[in-house]
Design a protein around this ligand. Structure first.
Ligand SMILES: [Zn+2]
Length: 386
């Protein structure tokens, strides 16, 4: 491959494209084409022609470069014109792109673009017609709307001794977390068979009636990420512990749910609604602006470490990240001006994640950063229970 520069580029690329058949193949124009002396006859690439039989000649001209001429509509051009029309590019507006595509086919290497936008290795021609515009990303549902959808679920599932959620209570009780969980608004969902009626309840709440303006619409419910395909029940109906993740202002921005059995996934968030803040951020201000902040893995460990700190008379905020992969560097800002403790699990994954998170915390202005790990337990919940 030679590197050509400046004003010679166009001439060089046109000269290097000295094989009409190869160019036609590279541009995806060979379908229905026939050979002719010195080249091919192809279906006319000019979009307005709608050629059904090959009528456009692509061959080497007297000067040794490719010349194209349609005998049907009169369209004509050189190799670059053919590249442009085949790829849906404009010879004036997109000339640099045309030249680069042509150079890639010819095996000529151009001098890199001054603006650095040259795309390397685009050997395959783009589709002839521009791809349809991708669907715009739907706007995420406002937190307040999501909160209004889950409010009836949180109310119906509150941990007040109802037999429908008795096994959720037993699970939290066994781990020593029930009081802390109640105080944080954790709730339960009934067994999958009964869950259908709870989804019916949500639909009824969304139904307008005289003198009643629903807090959310049926469309909001459909777009909440909570429903299973078909919409009759929630997705992951076996995930029965309900953990509200709040914004700093206390709005329930998403709910995490946990299975009671050994099935997977153990934890789920609604589709498209990963938390935007760590668990417990709504209680950051509670202990004052100087209280140290500890980061743990998950909401269960937030409750457990909070209990352990309180037991030891230590005033510390505990924040939970949704798994090690869910850490966001922006969350380090929450430790600005405070001491920070990285209290991830003592396993290898936890240890591996500590360094990066600690650096983020330093960068964000944490006063001191130190590591704490549960001793003799895999996580804080186990340490609490032992
Ligand atoms: Zn034509």
């Amino acid at each position: 491959m030679r590197i050509v520069t400046g004003a010679d580029e166009v001439l060089e690329v046109r000269r290097a494209l000295d094989d009409p058949r190869r160019l036609v193949l590279a541009l995806g124009l060979a379908k229905g084409a026939t050979r002719q002396r010195g080249g091919m006859v192809i279906k006319c690439p000019e979009p307005n022609h709608r050629d059904s039989t090959p009528s456009c000649s692509v061959r080497l001209g007297r000067d040794g470069t490719i010349a194209c001429r349609c005998h049907g509509c009169g369209w004509s051009g050189d190799a670059l014109t053919l590249v442009a029309v085949a790829l849906g590019l404009d010879m004036d507006r997109d000339f640099r792109d045309v030249l680069e595509e042509a150079a890639a086919i010819a095996g000529v290497r151009l001098e890199p673009r001054a603006d650095g936008q040259r795309v390397e290795g685009r050997a395959r021609p783009a589709p002839r017609r521009p791809a349809p515009e991708p669907e715009p990303e739907p706007e995420p549902m406002p937190d307040a709307t999501f909160a209004s959808i889950v409010a009836p679920l949180l109310y119906a599932g509150r941990l007040d001794g109802s037999p429908l959620v008795a096994d959720v209570e037993r699970y939290l009780e066994a781990r020593g977390l029930i009081e802390e969980a109640r105080a944080d608004g954790w709730t339960g969902l009934p067994e999958p068979g009964a869950l259908v009626a709870w989804v019916d309840m949500l639909r009824a709440v969304a139904e307008p009636a005289e003198g009643y303006a629903p807090p959310f619409t049926q469309a909001d419910l459909e777009g909440s990420g909570l429903l299973a395909p078909g919409g009759r029940t929630l997705s992951h109906p076996a995930a029965r512990v309900v953990i509200p993740w709040r914004t700093a202002a206390g709005t329930v921005a998403t709910i995490q749910r946990r299975r009671l059995d050994a099935g997977v996934p153990k934890y789920v968030f609604p589709s498209g609604r990963a938390p935007s803040a760590p668990y417990g951020v709504d209680r950051l201000a509670e202990l004052g602006p100087d209280a140290p902040v500890a980061f743990v893995e998950g909401a269960v460990d937030v409750l457990a470490l909070r209990i352990l700190y309180r037991r030891n008379g230590v005033a510390r905020v505990v924040l939970g990240i949704p798994g090690l992969g869910g850490w966001r560097p922006a969350w380090a800002e929450l430790a600005r001006g405070r001491d920070a403790i990285v209290a991830f699990d003592g396993d290898k994954a936890g240890e591996d994640a500590v360094e990066g998170v600690a650096r983020d915390l330093f960068d964000a202005g944490a006063l001191r950063v130190r590591r704490a790990a549960p001793v003799g337990a895999k996580d804080w919940a186990e340490a609490l229970a032992s």
